[in-house]
Design a protein around this ligand. Structure first.
Ligand code: ATP
Ligand code: MG
Length: 262
């Protein structure tokens, strides 16, 4: 990886950009993944590269749902494996969820490269999606492949940085779908039952912490958290936050301030 000087004002942004490029060079990330990353970066800039309140409540509801799930599955794609391989494994363990490699641009080489990357962090980790035998109805061949013991039989699925069409197909299958997507306007964000509008590099460590904290909540507590959650309102709150922040930034001289609170 290219060395980025720690003193660079955009160090973290460049650091993750390098991870994505490196992921592509290792055959983990698809070329289209680079474009998706750039789109994510643009929305993160508008958020101020921080976890905002609506994302925090979405994460809490998502973790509650996952802790109550009978068969929770976390999907891993090329961008996720390049950015947060260790954090993905930690989250799955904290939730007792299974991991499935599930790719939009599926090739056996990419699946193998992603499995290798994940196994660097835990050689014994159980990985589904290596030999998927089932197909999501409505999606043509490669795009629709899923594991019989994973997404196929899951009741709750986490599909981060996912394509809208596939999210919709999973919802139509009757799955409870949780997504992490920086774009609150994407079809995925609109289709999912719970949408966490945050960068996955912040969201996964936070969700792991929440999963550990909420592990001893009663079923009643968890059900209450889920019951109080409203995804449409959350997405609307995100847009209002973005609008307010942009309005503030557009105000005279405000954009020069170091801290921008909305
Ligand atoms: P859709 O198909 O849902 O309408 P899209 O075609 O714009 O969306 P995809 O490429 O299918 O987007 O999915 C990738 C999504 O992931 C994008 O919406 C992008 O904003 C988001 N994204 C990219 N990088 C990150 C990241 N690090 N954290 C969270 N979201 C991200
Ligand atoms: Mg798409």
């Amino acid at each position: 990886m290219v060395e980025i000087p720690k003193s660079h004002p955009r160090y973290w942004s460049l650091y993750y950009r390098e991870k994505i490029i490196n992921g592509m060079e290792k055959g983990i990330t698809a070329k289209a993944g680079l474009i998706a990353h750039g789109r994510g970066e643009a929305f993160d800039y508008i958020l101020g590269e921080r976890t905002i309140k609506p994302a925090e409540s979405a994460m809490k509801a998502a973790v509650a749902k996952l802790l109550l799930a009978k068969h929770p599955v976390i999907s891993v794609n090329g961008n996720v494996a390049a950015l947060v391989p260790k954090e993905t494994i930690e989250l799955a363990k904290a939730l007792g969820a299974k991991l499935e490699i599930n790719l939009f641009y599926r090739t056996e080489e990419r699946v193998k490269a992603i499995a290798e990357e994940l196994r660097k962090h835990d050689p014994d980790i159980e990985l589904l999606g290596i030999n998927p035998t089932m197909r999501i109805p409505g999606l043509e061949h490669e795009r629709g492949k899923v594991d019989e013991n994973g997404i196929w039989k899951a009741d709750v699925v986490v599909v981060p940085l996912e394509d809208g069409d596939r999210t919709e197909a999973l919802v139509s299958m009757g799955k409870f779908v949780i997504t992490i997507d920086l774009n609150p306007l994407s079809r995925s964000a609109r289709m999912a039952h719970i949408t966490i509008v945050d960068n996955i590099v912040r969201a996964y460590p936070r969700m792991t912490k929440l999963a550990r904290e909420m592990n001893d909540y009663t079923e009643e507590d968890l059900l209450r958290i889920i019951g109080e959650y409203d995804n449409e309102k959350t997405l609307s709150d995100v847009l209002v936050y973005m609008r307010n922040r942009l309005t503030k930034l557009a105000g005279e001289g405000v954009w020069r301030r170091k801290e921008l609170d909305c």
